[in-house]
Design a protein around this ligand. Structure first.
Ligand SMILES: NC(=O)c1ccc[n+]([C@@H]2O[C@H](COP(=O)([O-])OP(=O)(O)OC[C@H]3O[C@@H](n4cnc5c(N)ncnc54)[C@H](O)[C@@H]3O)[C@@H](O)[C@H]2O)c1
Ligand SMILES: [Zn+2]
Length: 352
């Protein structure tokens, strides 16, 4: 087992190992003084791991309530949020008690937001069951739900009490979800120069989960500690995301986040070569790695349409936009540009 400690507004451990789901009762005992637990999950994850989790919690004497919803991004909505906080109320959960999020990023985001806001904050433990949630969504305290008009438009920064990455759960992930998680891992490999790029190039992520997840969480931890509320350095974690978010939106969210970010990383790197920030060799190395993980795609939309979506990105302010530009493998830089300039980057990135 590996442990990464995050020292943000709350100090907490991220544990990476096996057997956490079957041992939840013992794992959470030191984190709470109450006896009630609300287990939040989606229908698919609950059918795979719910029984194991509930049985361990009950064996340790906890009173367990369960809140599940249909799997998929559409569930990250206000209705489910309302239903969940009402379920917390009905279960008479207090700040001594605990919410447990068992699932992918949709579950950790929705449960995280509910825990942050119910009674102005009850404790939450994240148990990520997708690779993407393990390396990204479950760590760092960001949570949120979608409006029909835009993704992640409501949310808070609220750190969990602990994160338990149970690698065993990743064995049931569908191939496409594995690939989505790999995209965020490639992102980390592009922004930090610590050999991660070579590690995942020379050996598949799936064959070295514990090592790779630990490295990614350590990278994210360092950015979160430096800039918990995402006003400066943490922006670096957005490599590939400005164009990626636009691709997601243009596709009506049919192209999943990880795949869209991969398209964004490849496009911004192509444009960075033309603009003299990095070499053709860097671009080729990135594209080869994306191809190795079945993530290499061209920009599938027109620059005008992508720009429409870039405009509504919530990170934009006062006509300026910050983009993350690669300089070499493991080295990126943040540049502030005018929105109009972004259009040129998207065209150079290969938009139709
Ligand atoms: N808060 C953050 O910092 C942050 C960071 C990145 C992404 N996110 C959010 O995370 C969400 C995406 O997360 P995701 O990719 O995990 O999607 P997800 O939660 O929808 O999970 C993807 C699919 O995999 C299934 N699944 C989950 N675990 C499984 C398992 N072990 N075995 C089999 N199937 C399993 C789910 O039921 C679902 O159908 C987005 O809403 C995104 O905005 C948040
Ligand atoms: Zn992302």
């Amino acid at each position: 087992m590996q442990v990464v400690t995050v020292n943000a507004s709350k100090k907490y451990d991220v544990k990476i190992g096996t057997g956490f789901v079957g041992n939840l009762g013992e794992e959470i005992a030191p984190l709470m003084s109450g006896k009630k637990v609300m287990l939040v999950s989606d229908d698919k994850v609950f059918s795979l791991y719910g029984e194991r989790a509930v049985s361990s919690l009950e064996k340790s004497g906890y009173i367990v309530s369960i809140f599940t919803f249909p799997n998929g991004e559409d569930s990250k909505n206000i209705n489910n949020y309302t239903n969940l906080v009402e379920a917390l109320f009905d279960a008479q959960l207090t700040r001594k008690d605990l919410v447990i999020a068992l699932g992918g990023g949709v579950v950790t985001d929705l449960a995280g937001f509910a825990a942050a806001t119910f009674q102005r904050g009850v404790g939450i433990v994240m148990v990520p069951t997708t690779l993407l949630a393990a390396v990204d969504a479950s760590v760092g305290g960001k949570n949120g739900i979608n409006l029909t008009k835009g993704k992640n438009q409501i949310g808070t920064f609220y750190q969990p009490l602990e994160v338990l990455c149970d690698i065993e759960t990743l064995w049931t992930l569908p191939g496409e979800e594995y690939i989505n998680g790999c995209s965020e891992i490639i992102k980390y490999a592009m922004i930090v120069n610590d050999g991660l790029f070579e590690l995942i190039r020379d050996k598949e992520v799936i064959d070295q989960y514990e090592e790779i997840i630990t490295r990614c969480i350590t990278i994210k931890r360092d950015y979160v500690e430096a800039d918990e509320f995402d006003v400066g350095k943490r922006m670096m974690l957005n490599f590939g995301h400005t164009i990626g978010h636009a691709v997601e939106a243009c596709s009506g969210y049919k192209i999943p986040h990880g795949r869209a970010v991969a398209i964004g990383m490849s496009a911004i790197t192509k444009a960075a070569v033309v603009n003299g920030y990095c070499t053709e060799d860097t671009r080729m190395q990135l594209d080869e790695l994306l191809e190795q993980y079945e993530l290499l795609d061209e920009l599938p939309f027109k620059a005008e349409d992508l720009m429409e979506c870039v405009k509504v990105d919530k990170k934009n302010s006062s006509g300026m936009l910050r983009i993350v530009i690669p300089k070499a493998i493991g080295i990126c830089t943040i540049k502030e540009i005018y929105k109009e300039e972004c259009f040129k980057w998207i065209v150079l990135g290969g938009a139709r």
